[in-house]
Write a protein that binds this ligand. Structure first.
Ligand code: ZN
Length: 381
């Protein structure tokens, strides 16, 4: 597993979606699909799009390219959707952040609304959703962005089309992002990431992601390449699934059930057998995909979003797809004597879930400590 860091040399425009508008918003991270597309373009030019190596890496998907999230005062993680904070003074350093996952499980089981916190413990203001990214240092972070205005270019004459202006939101330059490259045959040699003797990326190399290359947007530089024991952040590696699972049982003992959470670190595209997009990970999915029995979905904090389909190998747009949004959180109860439960949970974390995993989709955390580290103050245990 290879950890990389990149720096934006120029503003980045990473729209999530095809647009028909003169205002274009950017995502606040570099999606694995855009990063993979950039590397595919580079390698396609170097090796040839028909070369067996290129096909192996990109068509057979032998290398997974993760999303690149903000790297500022440490790595940033998507905030779970079960988090809420004071409407007027939010944040870890404001009136605090409360995770509603276990309280909601308790509510669902007891059917007693009094177990749910109703207002800010400090000022009694209502709660509001708390979204975006956070660092393990307890801070909400987001990349700085700005709007740029551009004239539209006439595709045929390559001159400005008079009167056609549009504004585009961009991530400002000089910010850093980090992510993971994952593949059995990947190694690092002399500052280069290699797939069986083929160099995929080099330190200090630059690539183009997103829109506006001809206008100088989207240039990123590889600043760090490092081998990691695991695809997971150091905080999670230190406590393996088994340990996190048992910590979870400790904290959820007021509920009198065994259970675990699955929290999406990146958007996940899940389809049922009739090719319909699912809005939820549920027990049926876990049974069919991972042979996990005797589990039951108790509660979910989830949302969906439309994403741009992009066939990187052919450079063609795909149809719109629907994904369960990163930060979505699910709690399952499980039988006391689940057969090899921990092993299966480890596999879910290692392999990820759903479609397009090679583009960074479907990365999950099992029993993310966030849910037990931000419980209401009067939570027993
Ligand atoms: Zn407050």
């Amino acid at each position: 597993m290879i950890h990389i860091a990149v720096k934006a040399n120029s503003p980045l425009a990473l729209p999530s979606y095809h647009f028909v508008s003169n205002e274009i918003e950017t995502l606040d991270y570099i999606p694995g699909s855009a990063f993979r597309g950039a590397v595919a373009y580079k390698l396609g030019e170097e090796l040839g799009y028909d070369s067996p190596k290129f096909k192996e890496i990109f068509i057979n998907g032998k290398v997974k390219f993760g999303n690149l999230y903000l790297l500022r005062e440490g790595q940033a993680y998507p905030i779970p959707k079960s988090a809420k904070s004071c409407k007027y003074k939010d944040g870890f350093r404001g009136h605090g952040v409360i995770d509603f996952l276990l309280p909601t499980v308790k509510f669902m089981l007891a059917k007693d609304a009094s177990v749910l916190p109703v207002s800010c413990p400090i000022c009694e203001a209502p709660f509001d959703t708390f979204s975006g990214f956070y660092t393990k240092g307890g801070k909400r972070v987001e990349p700085t962005k700005r709007l740029i205005t551009r004239t539209s270019i006439d595709e045929r004459t390559l001159t400005a089309r008079e009167g056609f202006l549009y504004s585009m939101e961009v991530i400002e330059e000089d910010q850093e992002f980090y992510g993971i490259l994952d593949g059995d045959l990947l190694v690092i040699e002399n500052g280069e990431i290699k797939y069986e003797n083929t160099t995929i990326l080099r330190k200090r190399e630059t690539l183009w992601v997103g829109l506006g290359k001809t206008r100088g947007l989207g240039n990123i530089k590889i600043t760090e390449i490092e081998n990691l024991e695991s695809i997971f952040p150091p905080e999670l590696v230190l406590s393996a699934v088994e340990k996190r699972f048992s910590k979870f049982q400790e904290k959820s003992s007021p509920l009198n059930i065994k259970g675990f959470s699955i929290t999406l670190y990146s958007d996940a595209i899940i389809m049922d057998k009739f090719m319909r997009y699912k809005s939820c990970i549920d027990e049926q999915y876990l049974r069919e995909e991972f042979d996990l029995d005797n589990v039951k979905l108790i509660c979910a904090f989830n949302s969906m979003r439309a994403i741009l389909g992009w066939n990187t190998a052919w450079g063609l747009p795909k149809e719109k797809e629907l994904a369960i949004e990163k930060g979505s959180t699910f709690f399952f109860s499980c039988a006391a004597e689940g057969k090899n439960l921990i092993g299966t949970l480890e596999r879910i974390e290692t392999e990820g879930i759903g479609l397009r995993r090679e583009e960074g989709f479907g990365r999950v955390f099992v029993c993310d400590p966030f849910h037990i580290e931000n419980l209401p103050q009067d939570w027993e245990v």
